[in-house]
Design a protein around this ligand. Structure first.
Ligand code: HSE
Length: 454
């Protein structure tokens, strides 16, 4: 076959899965076939769509019904590009490995699989000399992974603060703006189709933790799996926390934080508790000032704030989920890997040369906001301050407000003490809260929340 004939040959595309994202991918591949061919340099031809129910009417995809098949294992052996949008660990992992073995490049949006077994897949892609692209796995439509892997490859990323789960952002936003309870806000998120019938993966932070692992791996050239990520969801965020944040001119967000923590060797004598550089990868709710760019991220939108040594601060914002937004990221990857097929070679693979240690949560450096209900009598403030001093935690601000007496203890004065700390290790801060809770003058610790984004 002549070179000209080869250039006219379509690239064979197999689609695994035809749910919300798969349907959008199939439809856009069909509707934009002409433009995509022009951008790639060769036509993209759908050679099959693997589904569980091939007889279901999927006319909205524009794909010939004869191309729907249940035999995904066979389908992946006759494609140049395999798009995996089934989700979950198996059979997605086996199918991806099989596709690569048969020479196909793979595009996937499967964050759970990448966060669980990414290194195995990256190695397989390298061994098979094919591409593995996964822009749609984190923050849907937002171009984020390629900027981290390619545009920032010459810089040193210091920190990533991300709102990477739209459902929890919607819930926290409703709690803040309408005063809805956590349960009511989850109900609204379900009614709008953001939250699943079982919202555990979102509200307990599993989805965000998988995304944090992928972001940290790319940012710090280190293997990070979901198991390495410290995780707290939003189920414990109360109306009291939301109103405490408002009093501080802050807003509560579920943040995915990936951070380089310099070791003792690279600081001015500050004891960071570990000799060399390490990374902290964590997901938890935190207060951020309303002036921070992430505070304005409303509803179910995603946004990721990146700080790099030379670039400074960057912000990526957009739709983090949904059929068409995720399909946009998937198709961007399809065009990229298809172009590599046309010109030969593959894109940059994963780099894990740094292999930085992943530090335990206790060594993460953060600030706390703590609200206490205390007895209003002489010496209480001194006792509270001593608990902070004994744990080497420095107080940034203290605010006291008198409360009306508790009917159960008439005649005893009550006050609310709001303390915001300077930065300290999470271990020191949580030990301080534990000590405060045991003071006889502290009636209750009514709100504890980390503060980020200063
Ligand atoms: N359930 C996710 C979210 C979308 O609410 O952002 C898929 O990652």
């Amino acid at each position: 076959m002549s070179e000209t004939d080869k250039q006219a040959q379509p690239l064979r595309v197999a689609l695994l899965g035809c749910g919300v994202v798969g349907t959008s991918v199939a439809r856009l591949l069909t509707e934009h076939a002409g433009d995509l061919a022009a951008r790639v340099g060769r036509p993209l031809q759908i050679v099959g769509v693997a589904v569980r129910r091939p007889d279901k009417n999927r006319s909205e995809t524009g794909v010939d019904p004869a191309l729907f098949t249940v035999d995904a294992e066979e389908l992946v052996t006759r494609a140049d590009v395999v798009i995996e949008v089934i989700g979950g660990i198996e059979p997605a992992r086996s199918l991806i490995l099989r596709a690569m073995k048969h020479g196909a490049s793979v595009v996937t949006a499967n964050k759970a699989l990448l966060a669980e077994d990414g290194p195995r897949l990256y190695e397989a892609a390298q061994d098979c000399d094919v591409d593995l692209y996964y822009e749609g796995a984190v923050a849907g439509a937002i171009p984020l992974l390629r900027p981290l892997r390619e545009s920032l490859a010459g810089d040193d990323v210091r920190r990533i603060l991300g709102i990477v789960n739209g459902t929890t952002n919607y819930v926290l936003d409703k709690m803040d703006t309408t005063g809805a309870s956590f349960g009511d806000a989850v109900d609204q998120a379900q009614a709008l189709g953001y939250a699943e019938a079982d919202p555990t993966a979102d509200v307990e932070g599993f989805d965000a933790a998988a995304k944090a692992a992928i972001l940290a791996s790319l940012a710090f050239h280190t293997r990070v799996s979901a198991r390495d990520v410290y995780r707290e969801g939003i189920t414990e965020v109360s109306a009291a926390d939301i109103s405490a944040a408002r009093e501080m001119d802050c807003v509560v967000k579920l943040l995915a934080i990936c951070e380089l923590i310099p070791g003792n060797g690279s600081t001015d004598g500050n004891d960071t508790g570990h000799p060399g550089d390490g990374i902290s990868v964590r997901v938890h709710p935190a207060m951020i000032p309303r002036s921070h760019p992430l505070a304005g991220v409303r509803e179910a939108f995603n946004a990721v704030f990146v700080e790099a040594e030379s670039a400074g601060q960057l912000m990526f914002y957009g739709r983090g989920a949904g059929g068409d937004p995720t399909a946009s990221a998937v198709l961007g990857d399809v065009v990229a890997v298809a172009r590599h097929r046309v010109v030969g070679g593959r894109g940059p693979g994963e780099s894990t040369y740094a292999e930085l240690p992943i530090l335990p949560m206790g060594l993460a450096m953060t600030r706390y906001h703590i609200r206490l209900d205390v007895a209003d009598r002489p010496g209480v403030l001194a006792q509270v301050a001593l608990a902070f001093a004994e744990h080497n935690v420095s107080i940034e601000t203290v605010r006291q407000q008198l409360l009306s007496p508790d009917p159960q203890t008439p005649g005893e004065g009550r006050a609310s003490l709001v303390v915001v700390t300077h930065t300290a290790s999470d271990a020191a801060l949580s030990a301080t809260v534990e000590a405060l809770a045991h003071l006889s003058t502290v009636r209750a610790v009514t709100s504890v929340m980390r503060v980020e984004g200063e």
